[in-house]
Design a protein around this ligand. Sequence first.
Ligand SMILES: C[S@@+](CC[C@H](N)C(=O)[O-])C[C@H]1O[C@@H](n2cnc3c(N)ncnc32)[C@H](O)[C@@H]1O
Ligand code: SF4
Length: 360
Amino acid sequence: MLRKALKQFQLGVKSPRQAARVLASEAKMRAGIRTLRSLELAVTWICNLDCEFCYAEDLMKAQQKPPHMPVDEVARVTREAHELGLIHVNVTGGEPMVRKDIYDVVDAIPKDVVVSLVTNSTLLTEEKIDRLKEAGLSTIQMSYGSYYLKSFKRDLARYCVEKGISVTLSVVNIESERENIQNAFAMAEEDDFSVLFNYPMIYNNVGLDSEYYWKMRYHPRCREDNLFWSGKDRCPAGTHKLYVTNDGDVMTCDRIHAIYGNVHEEPLSVIHKRMYDQFIKHKSFCLLETCDKQWEENNKRSGRNYSKELVGTNHDPFNVFEGTKLMEGTVPGSTLAQQMHKARAAAANRPENQPAPASR
Ligand SMILES: C[S@@+](CC[C@H](N)C(=O)[O-])C[C@H]1O[C@@H](n2cnc3c(N)ncnc32)[C@H](O)[C@@H]1O
Ligand code: SF4
């Protein structure tokens, strides 16, 4: 575990100021003091691909005119998060590289924070990598797997490492991807990358490839889904990590679209406290899990005893909290979010304001 923590620290942190902030945050979290460590920012819902498994599909397709999150909003939200302890921002989407001003987006984030950006790699070039580095990018997360085999370019990944940007190959842990994930680990060893395990959201996907996931999870080059230095078997979503959409809606996680507030209506500190107080009581290996058997197995493999009360439901693939007590404290969200709910309700053939069927 120590080897893994050191490797992740070495790959993620690029300056003494970032290192100091990460270590202070780790101490605070371990002391049980409320702190926000990681923010995922969906800076756009525009994407140039249409992967059939994509968890962002409901958000992308519900918005007729999906806006980018303005650069000054990125600056404001990350400044607010910085005051709450922020050590890491993941810039995501949609496809963040469709934005011509993506360098300004990265540059707007405080410099003592580790910044990563996740991309399908289709639009990457050496020149763009140079500009991302200049803007302050620490890590590039290149998605890898059957959908990305055409767009992934190993030469460009190596170029990033040469330029001082760490490379993480972002994979989805399902059985049909196992061979690709094995290849990702082989490349990681050869070229000094890491591999990020995405716990699968069961939408046009099958469940977790449990055997391989648990075999590789503690490998030093395996980055955990969310925060890569905590080495904890506890999902940080809702407590130490939040997800903010292009329109300011705040969720626990990119793959669970239940909304707990909006940064245009309340300070992030207020939303974070409300969510933290609710989610700190709910221990889970991964809030995405919807299968009792897998939940038990995760408990067994991690040596935890997390309550099965929290296993998610399958009522709404984009929101496993639907029908559970974790829906307490949710709000309708922005206009765009309401469009999304309307589209989802129509797809499920139920009235818009009626929740999904009662819980487990
Ligand atoms: C939604 S994408 C956004 C960034 C960019 N467009 C890309 O594909 O890399 C972020 C990451 O989520 C992963 N992802 C998408 N759908 C998923 C799902 N259903 N379960 C787990 N991970 C998923 C993708 O493979 C990608 O690595
Ligand atoms: S490239 Fe990324 S955002 Fe676009 S459809 Fe695929 S997974 Fe979704």
